[in-house]
Design a protein around this ligand. Structure first.
Ligand SMILES: [Mg+2]
Length: 371
């Protein structure tokens, strides 16, 4: 298969309500949709970087630069037989995993259709539906968080992930545990605690008492070692998210005992091939994983759904239906969550959803074509 050109489509999705986490506020969501034209078909992917370099150094600006100048020229016009070959062609470009994933995912879309097999099946996944949990942003009051969670549980979500940071942690989780004693619950700190900052360890030890499934990324985004020290002091498993960018990162974290769980974000590790490698390393080591999300459009979420069909994706993930964050989505049909908290895995080859080109056009800020 030969790639002829790629459109990089910078879109903005209108958010229903700003999403507040331990590393900032996500408002209207800027992402880059990739439209890849190959000699055997057209595919869509997504780069779900943020507009600002807060969660990651990758932004819409860096992504456009790296893809236009480095990633896409490497693969244009070359014979590429499978996604792993494409990944090998761009592997020496350091970092910029989200940018790389945008091209890799769009390639999967075409490749899977050419093969006549679903992406889940090509990856080795067997589930027909995946279980969705919800990620709950910070609110002004504990009452509002509780009310939000009640609404989400009524919709069917099976697990609550509560965003926390120093000062917005123990009281919130205590109140939620009291209200929902048996619900699967976890906390995500988005790197907002420090081992040596007064009060932070007290708060983390207090969180240890609420029967949480895990505490996600409590310490620095680039750390693996301090998390080891912390894990030794907590009985709740630590889940690493921001710290894991490569299969090697996962190996180091496992070897050091820095975590009991890993959150795999397909884009953060550079696409489905790398995500599968992280998944397999964890599986071999007996470390369960789950699929994180980045407030993607439906295009990005589609690939998360395929990936979540893999056996070691043990816990409900953050994969969100189309109506979770945004006023509208660009895919058809919209992605929906059932009353039992499941989301169907598309049964057709390719991404599994169509892109509504009219909606895509309406939210497009800029299109850069690389040919
Ligand atoms: Mg996280």
């Amino acid at each position: 298969m030969k790639i002829r050109k790629v459109d990089l489509i910078h879109i903005v999705l209108s958010i229903k309500e700003p999403f507040v986490t331990g590393c900032g506020v996500v408002g209207d969501r800027h992402v880059i949709v990739t439209k890849l034209y190959a000699d055997q078909g057209v595919g869509f992917g997504e780069v779900d970087c943020n507009f600002d370099p807060i969660y990651s150094y990758e932004t819409t600006g860096t992504t456009l630069h790296i893809l236009r100048q480095w990633v896409i020229p490497r693969v244009l016009g070359k014979e590429i037989s499978e996604p792993a070959e494409l990944v090998a062609m761009i592997e020496d470009i350091r970092g910029h995993n989200m940018a790389k994933s945008g091209v890799e995912l769009a390639f999967w879309d075409v490749y899977s259709k050419v093969k006549g097999e679903t992406i889940a099946s090509l990856l080795g996944g067997e589930r027909k539906a995946i279980i969705s949990g919800v990620s709950v942003g910070m609110q002004d009051s504990i009452q509002r968080v509780i009310a939000e969670c009640e609404g989400f549980l009524e919709k069917g979500y099976q697990r609550l992930k509560i965003k926390v940071r120093p000062g917005k942690d123990v009281e919130v989780i205590r109140a939620l545990r009291r209200r929902f004693p048996d619900v699967m619950m976890m906390a995500d700190a988005n790197s907002s605690y420090r081992l040596n900052r007064p009060g932070d360890m007290d708060a983390l030890r207090a969180l240890d008492e609420f029967n949480l499934m895990m505490i996600e990324q409590p310490l620095q985004d680039d750390d693996i070692v301090w998390h080891r020290h912390l894990q030794k002091q907590l009985k709740t498993p630590i889940c690493l998210d921001e710290s894991i960018h490569t299969p090697d990162d996962a190996k180091k974290a496992i070897e050091l005992g820095s975590c009991g769980v890993i959150n795999i974000k397909v884009s953060r590790v550079g696409g489905l091939i790398m995500a599968k490698r992280v998944h397999d390393i964890c599986q071999e080591a007996g470390i369960p994983v789950w699929v994180g999300s980045m407030l993607e459009s439906g295009v990005g979420e589609a690939y998360n759904i395929h990936f979540a069909t893999l056996e070691n994706c043990t816990f409900p993930g953050d994969v969100a239906p189309s109506d979770r964050y945004f006023t509208d989505d660009i895919i058809e049909p919209l992605c929906e969550i059932h009353k039992d908290g499941t989301i169907d895995v598309p049964s057709v080859p390719g991404m599994g959803f169509a892109v509504n080109e009219e909606k895509l056009r309406k939210c497009t800020v800029e299109t850069v074509t690389v040919a």
